[in-house]
Write a protein that binds this ligand. Sequence first.
Ligand SMILES: Nc1nc2c(c(=O)[nH]1)N[C@H]1C(S)=C(S)[C@@H](COP(=O)(O)OP(=O)(O)OC[C@H]3O[C@@H](n4cnc5c(=O)[nH]c(N)nc54)[C@H](O)[C@@H]3O)O[C@H]1N2
Ligand SMILES: Nc1nc2c(c(=O)[nH]1)N[C@H]1C(S)=C(S)[C@@H](COP(=O)(O)OP(=O)(O)OC[C@H]3O[C@@H](n4cnc5c(=O)[nH]c(N)nc54)[C@H](O)[C@@H]3O)O[C@H]1N2
Ligand code: SF4
Ligand SMILES: [Mo]
Length: 749
Amino acid sequence: MKTRREFIKISSIGLGSLVAGVGLSRWSVGNTVIDDLLKPSAASLPSLKRFPTYCEVCFWKCAGWAYTDESGKVVKIIGNEEDPHCNGRLCPRGTGGVGMYNDPDRLKTPLIRVDGKDGQTFREATWDEALDLVASRLKAIADEHGPESIGMFNHGSPGKHFGHLLKSFGSSNIVAPSYAQCRGPREVGFEMTFGQGVGSPEPTDIRDTRCLVLIGSHIGENMHNGQVQEMSDAIDKGATIITVDPRFSTAASKSKYWLPIKPSTDIALLLSWIHVILYEDLFDKEYVAKYCTGFDQLKDHVRNMTPEWAYGITTIKPDVIRATAREMADAAPSVIVHPGRHVTWYGDDTQRARTVAILNALLGSWGRRGGFYFKEEYKLPDFPHLPYPKPKWSWKDMHNGRYPLAGLALANVFVDASIPSEDNKHQLKAWIVAGTNLPLTMPDRPQLMKALEAIDFLVAVDTMPMEICSYADVVLPECTYLERYDEIRTEPHREPYIALRMPVTAPLYDSKPASWMTRELATRMGLADFFPWNDYEEVVSWQLEQVGTSLEEMKVKGIKKFERSKGALYINESGDHKFHTPSGKIELYSHQLEALGFDAMPKYTAHPEPSAGFYRLIYGRAPMHTFSRTANNPNLTDLMDENTVWVNPKVADLWNLKKDQYVWLKNQDGSLSSFPVKVRVTERIRWDSVYMVHGFGHSDKFLTRAYGRGASDSEMITHVAVDPIMGGTGMRGNFVTFLTENPHKEETA
Ligand SMILES: Nc1nc2c(c(=O)[nH]1)N[C@H]1C(S)=C(S)[C@@H](COP(=O)(O)OP(=O)(O)OC[C@H]3O[C@@H](n4cnc5c(=O)[nH]c(N)nc54)[C@H](O)[C@@H]3O)O[C@H]1N2
Ligand SMILES: Nc1nc2c(c(=O)[nH]1)N[C@H]1C(S)=C(S)[C@@H](COP(=O)(O)OP(=O)(O)OC[C@H]3O[C@@H](n4cnc5c(=O)[nH]c(N)nc54)[C@H](O)[C@@H]3O)O[C@H]1N2
Ligand code: SF4
Ligand SMILES: [Mo]
């Protein structure tokens, strides 16, 4: 039987010419060319007009200048020299942001799902039709089930606007996959230890570090701009890099030590490092005495967690464990054991993050030069509007007592809470999805499909005909970040900065900014008083005036720096520094975790291993792509147009796999990859694992460059290990095997 939200195709997509790619240089390993960050940007482009923006290709949000030619077409984007996120140099993706604007496959007009003679289809609609329909459906659902039954999934700028609309309507059920599918466990692990999360950008003082320890953080492929630049500078200044990764990453190639750990055993390595630091008396005694609690319990806890013990688990030799621990201690306190960013790996991720935090504490790196600095954010006043109504229930009520330390809403719980069941007392009935491509972003696709079928209404707000649009009742085409105002960037740094994004050119096609859509919807939903402005320029301009600048000044400068007002960058050693934990100290032993029934100090537990013929699927980033959002970008597909599956030569031999041969993947639950993926035979991956870059294997035919190119790691992630502490979705407990024959042949025959 066909379901209401069967996979339907979006019509009216035209084809255009490809746009030239961007150049790359330096930092190249084998085939992986990764860096034009180190190239100075073009100094001046006289015949062109320039406008300030900040990048939306990833969430590092580098500030830059976008240039238009005489006809108003966007031709180039470069970094803003004054911006500490990028120091005037964008990464290849940021430069390729022009391709988001130029992509001929962009969504061009609102679309409404209708019954056609051959099943359901989309028809093009006017904005009035689409917005009237969305407003009336949301109102009807709220009348029947309460506004709280409407949930929003978001990532990036559109979420700010739709979040304001939803809160005005009476729902605070707003979620981003960048928490439970990304950095949530790290925030909780650090908060339980230092009383403070890590946040974005990470306040890692890499530029002044003497030793940087990367546990799976693949900086260099993870192209977060400022970090890559600072790491490159630190290497030039002689810093020691230690990389723990089952794969020989780009960072590993820059490292003094590469520890090719058996995946899923990092906590054992971390605990044995702690053992060495404590039992060889290498910790920062003054710092620990002054700022930490629980030292004796910790020392006792790790007594038997020797390098020899860890060797049996991690496959890392004891002498290497000792040597690397001593390197860290030698460099301390100018040492960073990097907290990572995408840390939802094995379901005990909060405890792994805590182990990282504890190790940093013993080395005295938190609040120290070359370790972690205290960042500061500039607080802008909100444009005055009516206070939000108080929702009757919120996302926490969906947890039914689970995940007590979830600091933000969990996208996986939103999915579960949309599927009717007896325990489900707080059900979501409608979704707004703004700027997140859930089919490729969420693990456990079968569960997502159940939710998509169960909900009554879905509106997707996107710039591209991505997979999520195929499940929508209404698709609202947003213009790209180069064609709109958005909220002023206030992300924290060593000093507080603000950055302006303004329209560089008029929106192409019939696309509109989310700020416009939400105001129009508010008017139709009786919420106009929450949007007391004519357009978003007025909001931005008002905010800038409140803080002593103006739209005119910011159009010329792009960014503005303010003085720090919340104390020094590092701990004031002569003062009485208090941490925001219950004890006011760094908690090596956590009474908070203990009171909730969790381990007060981290323990190693073994995780499931691949059965014969299967290999652990691990995944990561490529320097020229961001998740699934850039897979169709004409500038970036020029640089990389499909992913490969990395296979160790031993495994390739066993399976008789040849370089560049296409294979299909099947996981432990029988889930098949829709498309074949090219084999890359390489010593750079352990024999027990295979590796893929996330974001490929698109199944939407209207993504003309991305369709069917490579395989999707998401399709293989059907097993999820949920972190009981905060609900993060561990995704690396999935195992795949190879199929050399097309398993879909019969279906297509
Ligand atoms: N299998 C697997 N799953 C993962 C990950 C993984 O590595 N593997 N990584 C996880 C992590 S770390 C994260 S942070 C999340 C990221 O998850 P997402 O943010 O969902 O990632 P994308 O796939 O890039 O989806 C972004 C969507 O926003 C749209 N978009 C881009 N710009 C705009 C805009 O200006 N306006 C609007 N309205 N839409 C826009 C894009 O077209 C795309 O549909 O995924 C998580 N999920
Ligand atoms: N170019 C680019 N850069 C990006 C992004 C992007 O899409 N494109 N996305 C950004 C976002 S939102 C995030 S969250 C970050 C993610 O980037 P990071 O936080 O740096 O990395 P992860 O995705 O956690 O980990 C990927 C690495 O972990 C290794 N690994 C796999 N299993 C294990 C294990 O068990 N132990 C250890 N030690 N290592 C393991 C993999 O081989 C791989 O090298 O990247 C950011 N930067
Ligand atoms: S790191 Fe690259 S993609 Fe991310 S915001 Fe900066 S320039 Fe854009
Ligand atoms: Mo992320």
